[in-house]
Write a protein that binds this ligand. Structure first.
Ligand code: TNX
Length: 514
């Protein structure tokens, strides 16, 4: 009888014992250093206060944290910059540049007395908040209040990124996407501590950004897209909205105007830019490499300077991406001569050039960066450009291209660079991938999403998730922590978060989704 009573007691005890919080290591991308302290778990009280350093940028991150936590908890979570006695036991966001933390680094301390994020910059605080968010139960993603014990695992995380450039690209030219869709993509980037959004704004099938000095680029060139749909474009106000929404999430927008090829939509609008001075028909197919602006006509350089000038004026970030890929009909010295003039135009605007790695043979200038999209890490031309000073953003077609299918039965996407399942997206090293390029020359990593076959936000999310977090981990986490089994299990934990938040994703069969 005594044994039975004890068993009953134990059973009741187990039922009353709340579920343990997530483990401190259950974070994507994997943090640099994690020191769990199982005696220091913390539960968010209903009357918690969020206290931030008296700095507008720190207070803005505190407001973002409150916005993340209020819907599911239903708690008021007031934000204050005063260290009031009520603040004890809450969440503190502390700017501290003496704490030996780099520009994007943070420390997260979770103790029974409360939670503290410390960083030298508001970007660091923002990344600490993204980590904190992932350590709460998945129900925190609910848009409506839920009854839950909002526990956090005790201990300390000290974290900093491996690479300064961690990005994704959205092609809004092949298919146009509304501002709201782009903002949702920004949200996905922010969750995984990516800090650059590259917008492929122009291509044969459509021109997507207003240029006041060349208005027909959008009124004519913006009205088409792959498959014959209506296209569309961003007004300057639309673009500014994307830029500021991204900036609030510590994400820099990198605008791309693809030159000299991929320009059919511009030639339809302005035949004077075409080599034969006649307007080609609008293009809604998916071939590449046939169009180009006339590199022998001075008017082309006026056009380039006007367009890049207006885009630069709208873009607070340092980068202008000038494309340069697949200009098959502009060869040799004509091509490098064109690129060198355009690079100079960018520098004169006070911006730094990024281009696809086809730019490599052109002369070096001002810390330009090449975006490498090869499928074979042997590339002597790119290695030579790096030797002459170029830095590299690595986007291998067969690992980082989000438009590749996962498997033969993926309903949309390409396969010219192969199939990319989650493991293929994860198992490579941006620091050593291009043979002969030292890790110091690698600025970082970017995952491009081309949209020939992508027509909706659901399509975007199907291809982005769950591969984007794999690329994010390659950009953020130290190489020493690279481990497929660990990543697979941590990624599985993201599934219920997306589902709760109403985000669709591909249930990749190699991930043990719960
Ligand atoms: C190659 S990658 C392209 C794009 C296509 C893509 C499709 C690159 C710089 N150019 O024009 O959309 O393949 O995967």
């Amino acid at each position: 009888a005594a044994t039975l009573a004890r068993t009953a007691e134990q059973t009741a005890g187990a039922l009353l014992t709340p579920a343990p919080p997530h483990r401190l290591t259950d974070v994507v991308p994997a943090p640099l250093q994690v020191q769990p302290d199982p005696t220091a778990d913390w539960v968010l009280p209903a009357d918690a206060v969020i206290v931030a350093s008296p700095d507008p940028a720190a207070l803005a991150v505190a407001e973002q944290l409150a916005h993340l936590l209020r819907p599911a908890t239903g708690y008021p979570l007031p934000v204050t910059d005063a260290t009031t006695p009520e603040a004890a036991g809450g969440i503190a966001l502390v700017l501290d540049d003496s704490a030996d933390l780099g520009a994007e680094a943070y420390r997260l301390d979770i103790a029974t007395s409360g939670v503290r994020v410390t960083a030298a910059t508001s970007a660091g605080l923002f990344y600490g908040v993204q980590t904190l968010r992932q350590l709460l139960p998945a129900a925190i993603e609910s848009p409506d209040p839920v009854t839950e014990r909002w526990a956090l695992p005790g201990g300390t995380i000290t974290d900093a990124p491996r690479f300064p450039y961690r990005g994704a690209m959205l092609d809004v030219a092949r298919h146009f996407f509304a501002v709201e869709d782009v903002l949702r993509v920004v949200d996905h980037l922010a969750r995984y501590k990516l800090n650059h959004l590259h917008l492929h704004l122009t291509d044969d099938q459509g021109w997507r950004i207003t240029v006041d000095s060349w208005p027909k680029l959008t009124t004519v060139g913006g009205t088409t897209e792959v498959g014959g749909g209506p296209g569309g474009h961003y007004t300057k106000a639309d673009y500014a909205r994307i830029v500021s929404y991204a900036a609030a999430r510590h994400i820099t927008v990198v605008p791309e105007i693809d030159l000299p090829g991929h320009t059919n939509s511009a030639l339809v609008a302005y035949p004077e830019l075409a080599p034969d001075k006649t307007a080609p028909p609008p293009y809604t197919g998916t071939e590449v490499g046939f169009s180009y602006v006339d590199p022998t006509d001075e008017r082309t350089y006026d056009f380039v300077a006007d367009v890049l000038g207006e885009v630069a004026a709208l873009t607070p970030g340092p980068w202008l991406h000038i494309g340069g890929d697949e200009a098959f009909k502009v060869k040799g010295e004509v091509y490098t001569g064109f690129v060198e003039r355009v690079q100079r135009i960018v520098a004169d605007l006070g911006k730094t050039v990024i281009g696809w790695h086809q730019l490599a043979p052109a002369a070096h200038l001002d810390g330009r960066a090449l975006q490498w999209w090869g499928t074979n890490g042997e590339d002597p031309t790119t290695v030579d450009a790096v030797r002459r000073g170029a830095r590299l953003i690595v986007s291998p077609g067969n690992h980082a291209y989000l438009d590749m299918k996962y498997a033969p039965d993926t309903p949309i996407g390409h396969d010219w660079a192969g199939l990319i399942d989650v493991r293929k997206a994860y198992d490579w090293d941006p620091g050593t991938h291009v043979v002969g390029v030292p890790a110091e020359a690698v600025l970082g990593v970017e995952a491009p999403l081309w949209t020939e076959s992508v027509t909706s936000l659901a399509d975007i999310e199907l291809l982005l998730l769950p591969r984007l977090p794999a690329i994010a981990e390659l950009g953020w986490s130290p190489r020493a922590s690279h481990d497929w089994a660990s990543f697979r299990d941590r990624l599985a934990g993201q599934g219920p978060r997306w589902t709760t938040a109403g985000i669709t994703f591909h249930r990749a069969p190699e991930i043990p989704w719960s």
